[in-house]
Write a protein that binds this ligand. Structure first.
Ligand SMILES: *[C@@H]1O[C@H](CO)[C@@H](O)[C@H](O)[C@H]1NC(C)=O
Ligand SMILES: *[C@@H]1O[C@H](CO)[C@@H](O)[C@H](O)[C@H]1NC(C)=O
Ligand SMILES: *[C@@H]1O[C@H](CO)[C@@H](O)[C@H](O)[C@H]1NC(C)=O
Length: 407
């Protein structure tokens, strides 16, 4: 169950100044999320990530892309792992499992035809808009409603999509869109220029949380442990944070600047891989994606060879022992992705068509267009990320998994 708590400092503040009326604006809401591994058949994670990258690239540059039909053969939103939030919608409430997505911003339900949006909800109001979003490896189309949306104990009025048709989603009900608000523009008809406030925006404007801050803690895959995660609305997730937060301003460079995008320089030993590139942090991408030239530098530096079955680089045990950390320079700070953090979780090798005792790198190439890189789960499962739409910045903090050797 979600927990509503006040941060310690605001609580102490409240006690200290109890005699005076104060507005407590530091409320924090922690919402647990569940990781599921989609194991039906062998997934080509690289191809799925490439489809996603091509969408992100086009959508970040051109708003009209949101409603273009882009048929895609691969019928799944994400490759292997997805993180789901349980959301209740309407009165009486219907429960939905929604994909946590920082790379898109529409929240919608109805991907599972057996669990549709309830138009008879007492709190349901039709907005007289159709809604349509294409995700590169999936899409949905339907109508937009205002309704009550709850994460357990907290409820907001929220505009959500009700899918009449959805493609590319299996075992989930839709998406919890946690990207920047402006990414919703172009998704409604006829209000094509209208932005739809996200759940974070509404939680702030309706007094549930004090500031438009979201922390995402995503636990990595482990053979013997169900790694889940937590979304913390309104504050830094100090429970799962194991180091200081390093912030990077949202980049001005498009298309990355339309997302949770930052500038950074990536190096591996003495090799510069990304030189002040503008890329994004995305919970809808599995791997760490580089463009072809950057990827070639990485491949040469690590000595990896391309494996045709998985589409990933493979390295020998001795090459793995020589593997160096990837260094990300963000402003004046550096953070690193450890050697173990760069490899695909070995217990999941066969699930992607690989061999059990091989070592695959979870860093892949994609045609990223004008995006400099995409940091997917390879990275996000090693760092807590903080999305701050007021200060327009993204933060990174180490967790207990940053330097662990679980892969
Ligand atoms: C779709 O929803 C129905 C009704 O809630 C549920 O029984 C079924 O398991 C769901 N299907 C999937 C694939 O999640
Ligand atoms: C959203 O779009 C509006 C209008 O195009 C623009 O003025 C505003 O700065 C954008 N907001 C952000 C946070 O980029
Ligand atoms: C990011 O890099 C671009 C290109 O070098 C530069 O114009 C911009 O000022 C940098 N910083 C931000 C916050 O966008």
């Amino acid at each position: 169950m979600p927990l509503v708590s006040l941060t310690l400092s605001s609580l102490l503040f409240a006690i200290a100044v109890n005699a005076n009326p104060v507005i407590l604006d530091q409320a924090t809401v922690a919402v647990p999320i569940t990781r599921i591994t989609q194991m039906e058949g062998i997934r080509n994670v690289v191809q799925l990530d490439r489809a996603r990258a091509s969408y992100l690239n086009a959508r970040g540059t051109d708003q009209s892309f949101a409603q273009d039909p882009h048929p895609n053969e691969e019928p799944i939103f994400n490759g292997m792992d997805i993180y789901l939030a349980q959301v209740a919608v309407g009165t009486p409430p219907t429960s939905y499992s929604l994909i946590v997505d920082t790379g898109s911003s529409n929240t919608w339900v109805g991907a599972n035809k057996s669990n549709p949006y309830n138009v008879f909800s007492e709190t349901s109001k039709y907005t007289f808009n159709a809604v349509n979003v294409n995700y590169g490896s999936g899409s949905f189309a339907g109508n937009e409603f205002d309704d009550q949306v709850s994460f357990g104990s907290f409820s907001i009025d929220q505009s959500i999509g009700a899918a009449a048709a959805a493609r590319g989603f299996r075992g989930v009900d839709g998406i919890l869109g946690l990207g920047p608000t402006n990414l919703t523009k172009g998704t409604l008809k006829p209000d094509i220029e209208k932005a739809i406030p996200t759940v974070v925006d509404n939680a702030v404007s309706q007094g549930i949380i004090g500031s438009p801050l979201l922390s995402a803690y995503l636990e990595p895959n482990q053979a013997n442990h169900q790694g889940n995660g937590v979304l913390t609305f309104g504050a830094l997730d100090n429970t799962n944070r194991a180091g200081e937060v390093i912030y990077a301003p949202i980049t001005q460079t498009l298309p990355a600047g339309a997302y949770w995008g930052i500038n950074q320089t990536t190096s591996y030993g003495s090799h510069k891989i990304v030189n002040n590139g503008a890329g994004i942090v995305d919970t809808g991408t599995t791997l760490l994606l580089l463009d072809e030239p950057s990827f070639q530098v990485y491949q040469q530096a690590t000595g990896g060879t391309l494996d045709s079955k998985t589409g990933l680089l493979t390295i020998s045990k001795s090459q793995y022992e020589q593997l160096l950390p990837l260094i990300f320079q963000i402003g004046d700070h550096t953070i690193q992705l450890s050697p173990n953090g760069q490899i695909w979780p070995r217990f999941q090798n066969t699930a992607i068509g690989g061999e059990q005792d091989k070592i695959y790198l979870a860093v892949a190439s994609a045609d990223l267009g004008e995006l400099g890189f995409i940091l997917g789960f390879t990275f996000l499962q090693r760092y807590l990320t903080v999305y701050d739409s007021e200060a327009r910045r993204v933060g990174f903090a180490a967790t207990r998994f940053t330097f662990s050797n679980i892969n």
